[in-house]
Write a protein that binds this ligand. Structure first.
Ligand code: GDP
Ligand code: IMO
Ligand code: MG
Length: 427
């Protein structure tokens, strides 16, 4: 049985949750490897509609173990609340595990995320303010606190005392904010520790055991390639590696084990937060797409910036990740548009280019070069076979496939599981 990584090809919110939930019906393990509760994955299935932030979208399959890997940063309050909500709605969480190596989001991370954003003024990144960036900073600075650490209260107190001294100095001296109390933070996280304990495991071993049994394992990406710390539109990125390369370090998995890398793309483009987005539509069409598709953030409720499909971004993303297939989502959103545009290149300082510049400033100057295609202006959310799509829709999809440079496996025509066209079987 293969290992399939499901990765966002654009700026996040491509519909990864929907695709993971769909494919997870056959899986024995579904694992998150990066990001934190900056992610918001929407799943619509027979259990109802869910917005998951930390729990893998495979949780609805009682046969699948769900793993939150070492590469994820965990806000314990968010995780426990999500578990409570799932249980209340009849979803079994007995097979949910978190890595003992995963770093915790601490209260100072959330405070610092907001204070750093405010201090950036007009240059703010537009983070989700969930403390994700500052938690990864501490991981790299070797000041992090891991889930495993809070299980030993003596050691945890010592570690927290050391780190909090340093963090309080920053909060008070750099930002003029109030310090955090060691006692309160310690007792709050000890309580979390008691509730988290049954979930904490050495999950890298679990992943390897699943592989040696030949189980189907899904690796659930969060965010998207253009938000990658190295390959995204730096500095307007997240602080982790949402690309396929992040899977290995985020779970303790050898690169040789990943057989399929499915890139999830929206049929157009959205971005939430600041930073360049060459195909952004600031006009009536952009507004129309946003309202029709309800393009508002799953985590923060912020309006998503909407624009045409960017073939340059998609090609870059396919190359960086080595996509072996595509899941194309939200094709139904385009039903109403008489004319569609696809960006096939950029005009940069008078030259036509077909590659993605590495600097955000250069990307900001890029003007999209568009190919126009006719729209289909027919509802397609009931279509289940590729050959039943209107010819304009299949031409549009085929052109996107050509630009990305790998085959389309799935086309999604609505938010729920069954609103999917299988073009080429994944398994
Ligand atoms: P994720 O972060 O990649 O999991 O994506 P989000 O859940 O943040 O955003 C995707 C949104 O699109 C959610 O509201 C989904 O319910 C919705 N969605 C997913 N696929 C489709 C589709 O094919 N058509 C429509 N209309 N909505 C979809
Ligand atoms: P899913 O998994 C869309 C964006 C934020 C901001 C930037 C940095 O649902 O696709 P951060 O809080 O990570 O430091 O913010 O990254 N961002 C996302 N945008 N979908 C996401 O996740 C995102 N996670 C982070 O809006 O621009
Ligand atoms: Mg999302």
């Amino acid at each position: 049985m293969p290992v399939i990584a499901i990765i966002g090809g654009q700026w996040g919110d491509e519909g990864k949750g929907k695709i993971v939930d769909l494919v997870a019906r056959e899986a024995k393990m579904v694992a998150r490897f990066s990001g934190g509760n900056n992610a918001g994955h929407t799943v619509v299935n027979p259990y109802g509609e869910f917005r998951l932030h930390l729990v893998p979208s495979g949780i609805f399959n009682p046969q699948a173990a769900c793993v939150v890997g070492n590469g994820v940063v965990i806000d314990p309050a968010v995780f426990l609340e999500e578990v409570d909500q799932l249980q209340k709605r009849g979803v079994n969480t007995d097979r949910l595990f978190i890595s003992d190596r995963a770093h915790l989001i601490m209260p100072y991370h959330i405070l610092l995320d907001a204070l750093e954003e405010e201090s950036r003024g007009g240059g703010a990144l537009g983070t989700t303010r969930k403390g994700v960036g500052p938690a990864y900073v501490d991981k790299t600075a070797r000041l992090g606190i891991r889930t495993g650490d809070i299980l030993d209260s003596g050691l945890f107190r010592e570690r927290l005392g050391f780190v909090l001294n340093y963090k309080n100095a920053i909060l008070t001296k750099v930002y003029g904010a109030a310090p955090l109390s060691l006692e309160e933070t310690y007792s709050q996280y000890c309580q979390y520790g008691q509730r988290l304990a049954p979930f904490i495991r050495e999950t890298n071993t679990m992943v390897r055991e699943a592989l040696s049994r030949g189980d189907l394992v899904l690796l659930e990406g969060a965010q998207g390639t253009m938000l990658d710390l190295d390959f995204g539109t730096y500095p307007y990125v997240t602080s982790s590696s949402p690309i396929a390369g992040g899977v290995c370090s985020g779970l303790g998995l050898s690169p040789t084990k990943i057989e399929h890398i499915l890139g999830v793309f929206k049929s157009y483009t959205t971005r939430v937060g600041s930073g360049p987005m060459p195909t952004e539509l600031k006009d009536e069409t952009g507004h129309l797409i946003r309202e029709r598709a309800q393009e508002y953030g799953t985590t923060t409720g912020r309006a998503r910036r909407c624009g045409w499909f960017d073939g340059v971004v998609a090609r870059f993303s396919a190359e960086i990740n080595g996509f072996t297939g595509i899941a194309l989502t939200r094709l139904d959103v385009l039903d109403i548009l008489p004319q569609l545009k696809i960006c096939t290149g950029y005009k940069l300082d008078g030259d036509i280019i077909d590659h993605l510049p590495s600097s955000a400033a250069a990307l900001e100057r890029c003007q999209p070069v568009y190919q126009e295609m006719a729209g289909w202006q027919t509802p397609i959310s009931q279509v289940r076979r590729f050959e039943d799509l209107p010819p304009e829709a299949s031409r549009y999809v085929t052109r996107l496939q050509e630009l990305v440079g790998c085959p389309i496996n799935l086309i999604s025509v609505g938010p729920s599981r069954e609103q999917t066209i299988e073009v080429k079987p994944l398994l």
